[in-house]
Design a protein around this ligand. Structure first.
Ligand SMILES: [Fe+2]
Length: 240
């Protein structure tokens, strides 16, 4: 009997029901160009078994100065379209914050930030070198009650397994991009992604979907052995 329940539980765990990183709100960033395109991508998520999509437009002081109100109102527009077309998926919105002085001061000044789940704060950094404000930002964000989630750690040139471990020790959760597992961003990034999975240091999986090409990379990753290994980790996705 015990083995029956264990088996049932294992099979339930092996589905990804919630995506928490994508760019599906038109006009806000480098993601979809129209609500119609977003609807197509969301239909694709639904066909893959997802029941909820938390979309996360970029917020970056130089390029994408999106305010929470703009993001939420675009998400409401898209939600109306999904309802009209009877697409049974829950759409929520948060943001992917680029770590810069602007974000750091929003945290210390306790300005409203868009989070998902129980105060998870998705952030990214520049791709080349570790930001000098990274550790201070993490400390301040946690002190303010946020749970910082680093988007796609495998994609940063400065990332090493040692740094990833240190970030986790400081309380940062790590979100891997599913397309990384099928070489979408190149071999070194795929290797880093696999190392993070093998170390058990992946807390969340995200599509980071901006367009159909990336959605198709997610779809092909569903057959990938390392993706299946990642599903054995205690991921937070389905709790969102
Ligand atoms: Fe992203």
């Amino acid at each position: 009997m015990i083995s029956f329940f264990k088996k049932k539980n294992d099979s339930i765990k092996k589905f990804l029901r919630v995506d928490m990183h994508s760019h599906l709100l038109e006009g806000l960033d480098d993601g979809v160009k129209s609500h119609e395109e977003a609807v197509q991508l969301i239909k694709n998520f639904h066909s893959l078994g997802y029941v909820k999509v938390i979309t996360t437009p970029h917020i970056m002081s130089d390029y994408y100065r999106n305010e929470p109100e703009q993001i939420l109102s675009k998400a409401a527009e898209l939600n109306s379209l999904l309802k009209e077309q009877l697409i049974p998926i829950v759409l929520e919105a948060a943001a992917e914050y680029y770590l810069d002085e602007n974000l750091a001061s929003k945290v210390t000044e306790q300005k409203k930030l868009l989070t998902f789940g129980t105060n998870y704060l998705l952030f990214e950094t520049n791709f080349f070198s570790e930001p000098y404000i990274l550790k201070e930002f993490i400390f301040n964000a946690i002190t303010q009650g946020y749970k910082p989630v680093l988007a796609h750690p495998e994609r940063y040139q400065y990332m090493t397994m040692g740094k990833a471990e240190e970030l986790r020790d400081r309380g940062v959760l790590l979100q891997l991009n599913i397309p990384s597992l099928v070489g979408y961003y190149g071999k070194p990034i795929e290797k880093m992604a696999v190392s993070l999975i093998e170390a058990g240091w992946v807390d969340l999986l995200g599509s980071d979907c901006h367009n159909m090409l990336q959605c198709k990379a997610v779809e092909s990753a569903f057959q990938n052995k390392n993706f299946k290994k990642a599903l054995d980790l205690p991921l937070l996705n389905n709790s969102l």
